[in-house]
Design a protein around this ligand. Sequence first.
Ligand code: AHM
Ligand code: MG
Length: 343
Amino acid sequence: MINHLHTTKTLTEFIIEKQADFRYSKGELTRLLSDISIAAKIVHREVNKAGLVDILGDVGEENVQGEVVQKLDVYANNQFIAALKAGGEVCAIASEENEEIIHISSREDDDGKYVVCMDPLDGSSNIDSNVSTGTIFAIYRRTSLSGKGNIDDFLQPGTELVAGGYIIYGSSSMLVYTTGNGVNGFTLDPSIGEFCLSHPNVKIPANGRIYSINQGYFEHFPEGIKKYLRYCQEDDEKTNRPYSLRYIGSMVADFHRNMIKGGIFLYPTTISAPKGKLRLLYECNPLAFIAEQAGGKATYGSNRILEVVPTGIHDRVPIIIGSSEMVEKAEDFLQQYSTVAVS
Ligand code: AHM
Ligand code: MG
């Protein structure tokens, strides 16, 4: 029974109530977050019927409504873009799915005050095997004064973020976000179609005993990371080692679990990915903002992810994120040993 959720606050009620906390409070950000949550519900519905592909039609085929079935990441991208366009608070979007920024209108008088960076369906290769996926989003206030928005609106460090969040499509779907006043998590109650406040003021435990990394690339990691991983595997009763390795392959899901239970997620540089794999604007920054707001840390090895100044919308960055003491420990190893992967 999840009746207790019905008596609690919905996301819409919560963001309206919190409007006064926003740095620029005119209601636009409230509407923008609400647009995101509407698209999230639609994507949740589609992700949940992914297993019915034989019944509903495969990608590229026509479904019973005569629509061509889209790949879910394309579908999610279109849903979020449509919701943001309809809302009118955003002048431009940067998406993992699109090489260039997307202008919401061609009008030179577009007055959308915000830009959104997003990964509409992160970990989408996991869908076919019924594994959790997620949407990640970051909201900046535009820096240009008017017009349809330009690339400089996006090239702001994470310290300038107005909001960051993610939706996890898992055993239940959740929306977790921050506007810089702590982190709150909302669970979708499908029976009423509302995200309900289930995780108020989330805090990441300062320590944990889970580490998440694609250890298959061990030989390709920098020496500092190799040394840290050996540290995670050593026996030590006092610090609860060896730790457990948990790697889903969906960053949102790995991050979410670590935030609840305590843990560390690492995607360092490798020989074949000398800047790491994950994208600064729409994967690392929003999660780094949430991690810090929940009392955790996010670093690229020697400094905060949030301080990295982007040079392009699809920039990559190595990331170490999660429980503060675990991240500090990994940083110690990187500073002591090489941070560069050598072949
Ligand atoms: P994607 O945006 O193409 O889905 O890739 C991002 C995903 C992350 O969710 C995950 O942590 C990582 O890529 C896994 O990569 P790897 O298979 O190299 O471990
Ligand atoms: Mg991704």
